[in-house]
Design a protein. Structure first.
Length: 135
């Protein structure tokens, strides 16, 4: 299974006036992890720019379990979980690195799209094998 982990420290700009992480900051951290996961799938920023093929976000489902606060270090674990045609799904868990408390769970669906026409593309067979050959 394809997986990638990032770690970020909660900064002032990630929080509200009470020092609690706001929802947009969590999504930014997920975006960072997903971008790195896509790189492992062969979709790095330079190749996407050349081919004009991009993973486009279709949906996001997120559950907020516990709040993070200023100064926390958040570990985001992203996994490629399913591929079907042009669409693929990723799951994410966000954990407080010090306490190992689960903060967030998230599932996202994406489609591989050829721009500028917006034409969906089937994902390569080698990526489908990564999901079906779970270890």
């Amino acid at each position: 299974m394809l997986e990638y982990t990032t770690t970020e420290e909660v900064m002032f700009f990630d929080t509200d006036c009470g020092g609690v992480v706001h929802n947009l900051a969590y999504l930014r951290m997920i975006e960072t992890c997903r971008t790195k996961l896509a790189e492992k799938m062969g979709m790095n920023l330079q190749s996407m720019s050349k081919t004009q093929q991009f993973p486009v976000l279709v949906s996001t489902e997120i559950q907020y379990k516990k709040p993070a606060v200023l100064g926390d270090k958040i570990k985001t674990i992203g996994k490629l979980t399913q591929i079907k045609g042009a669409k693929f799904w990723c799951s994410f868990e966000m954990v407080d690195e010090q306490t190992q408390t689960l903060l967030i769970t998230c599932t996202q669906s994406l489609a591989l799209v050829q721009m500028p026409k917006g034409k969906p593309l089937r994902l390569p067979a080698h990526l489908r094998e990564l999901v079906t050959n779970k270890t």
